[in-house]
Write a protein that binds this ligand. Structure first.
Ligand SMILES: Cc1cc2nc3c(=O)[nH]c(=O)nc-3n(C[C@H](O)[C@H](O)[C@H](O)COP(=O)(O)OP(=O)(O)OC[C@H]3O[C@@H](n4cnc5c(N)ncnc54)[C@H](O)[C@@H]3O)c2cc1C
Length: 422
């Protein structure tokens, strides 16, 4: 047990998704001080956007709420939301990290009473729903958000309307003039858990995402199926609100393809199987087709695949579709290709098509760590070197939640070792 609580014994965790949450609570519960830095106005990462978890198909709030409870009850964890690390100096045991905290425009007095959102007449695209719906310019970040505090859109904050809302807040929590803060924090070790971003499906020109209204992606589909999503959980297609009774999932959309993401993201097959159950549970007469190269349901997840395979309304076609077209009258997407097993060519219309896109690590995009502190593999995932900065979760590889949690528990232990050596 750490007895010295000076800042130099502190562990910094960057990223408040399932991985960062795990590293933070595991380290804090053994007695170490932890600072958790999260870019979003809420904790939970991508998991918060998922409708149900495979393999048990429970809601993500089960897994997340336990961690939020552990954070709430642990005074050793200090959390900064809307914050990012902008600079790292020093070395193992003695880092100084600069954190930029962006303005939320709502302070800690907020009780989430909702008076402001009711009075607000300006709407913006809802980032939590991938811009598929609108939300008030001052809002709860999402229905199950933790911390439970409103956030104001930065553009709206500049308006007179924002100042008028500030007057209406019964606890004076709204601060349109709030500014970004920069904080230098001395820490002993760092866990880097900045997670992943869905691969941008619009790069796959042959599949028409962004042009064909009824071509969606797996992460969008998680929101479409969710009761707090853009359609209140009713699985209907974007062009005309028609119930989706005939749907196709295209696996490896951009993945295992040297033009896009050369690697397998491990979870996409399972995610599509899970999403097939969303459709089948909602519409007992619906037909689902899954186009795949290989089905990858590793280890214990094979049982989940076997269970989904018992559904006779799900058809599995071994094929990587060549392209998609759209029927201009019905807006039905048409999947075009050749069945690898039979050699038959197909051009099949569906109500909707979901592209199973993979995960791109944020350490290759917008959460890079300076190369002097880490090594990277060819795709931008961090390869841990044991020098006081340990990556975990999807900063190291595309992982399911259980594997991300395991890797983050291990990262917490590495971080503790640095403090103890300290
Ligand atoms: C369609 C789909 C469905 C899935 N469904 C399941 C499922 O049912 N079951 C399952 O086990 N797995 C599922 N997964 C995988 C699951 O989403 C990941 O295992 C999980 O998100 C990994 O958590 P993470 O914390 O590593 O990353 P993330 O969830 O991405 O969390 C990373 C966090 O870091 C924050 N961050 C990013 N950059 C910075 C920065 N610079 N500074 C501070 N914070 C930053 C982010 O805002 C985010 O909160 C699915 C994946 C996909 C693609």
């Amino acid at each position: 047990m750490a007895e010295d609580n000076t800042a130099s014994h502190t562990i910094l965790v960057v990223g408040g998704g399932m991985s960062g949450l795990t590293a933070a609570v595991e380290a804090a519960e053994v007695g170490y001080d932890v600072i958790l830095v999260e870019k979003n106005p809420y904790l939970g990462g991508r998991v918060a956007q998922i409708n149900q978890y495979f393999p048990k198909l429970c809601t993500p709030s089960c897994g997340l709420e336990i961690n939020f409870q552990r954070i709430r009850n642990n005074p050793r964890i200090s959390t900064y939301t809307m914050a990012e690390v902008t600079h790292i100096a020093g070395e193992e045991g003695n880092f100084t990290v600069t954190v930029r905290q962006n303005p939320r425009h709502v302070n800690e007095k907020c009780t989430a009473c909702g008076v402001c959102a009711e009075a607000c007449t300006t709407e913006i695209d809802d980032p939590f729903n991938f811009d598929l719906s609108k939300v008030k310019a001052i809002r709860k970040p999402h229905m199950m958000a933790y911390p439970l505090r409103y956030v104001m859109d930065p553009e709206f904050a500049k308006s007179d309307a924002a100042k008028m809302l500030a007057e209406k807040c019964p606890v004076k929590a709204i601060e349109p003039d709030m500014e970004a803060k920069q904080i230098d924090i001395p820490v002993s070790s760092i866990v880097w858990s900045t997670g992943w971003t869905p691969f941008d499906a619009s790069k796959i020109h042959a599949y028409g995402f962004g042009h064909y209204q009824n071509v969606s992606t797996n992460m969008h589909f998680e929101r479409i199926a969710n009761k707090y999503g853009p359609t209140g959980g009713k699985i209907v297609r974007p062009s005309d609100g028609k119930e989706v009774k005939n749907i196709a999932f295209i696996q490896c959309a951009g993945s295992r393809d040297h033009n896009y993401l050369p690697y397998c993201s491990r979870v996409c097959c399972l995610a599509s199987m899970k999403q097939a159950t969303y459709v089948r549970n909602q519409y007992p007469d619906a037909k689902v087709t899954i186009y795949y190269i290989d089905l990858r349901a590793m280890d214990r997840y094979e049982a989940f695949q076997k269970k989904v395979e018992t559904d006779e309304n799900i058809t599995w076609i071994k094929s990587k579709p060549a392209s998609l077209e759209e029927n201009p009258n019905t807006k039905d997407p048409i999947v075009i290709g050749e069945d690898t097993l039979t050699g038959e060519r197909y051009a099949t219309p569906y109500d909707m098509v979901v592209l199973a896109t993979g995960m791109e690590t944020n350490t290759a995009l917008n959460a890079k760590v300076p190369a002097k502190f880490v090594s990277y593999d060819e795709y931008g995932f961090i390869v841990n070197q044991g020098n006081g900065l340990t990556a975990s979760g999807c900063s190291t590889a595309p992982l399911d939640v259980a594997s991300a949690v395991q890797s983050s528990t291990a990262a917490a232990l590495k971080a503790i070792q640095t403090v103890v050596k300290g």
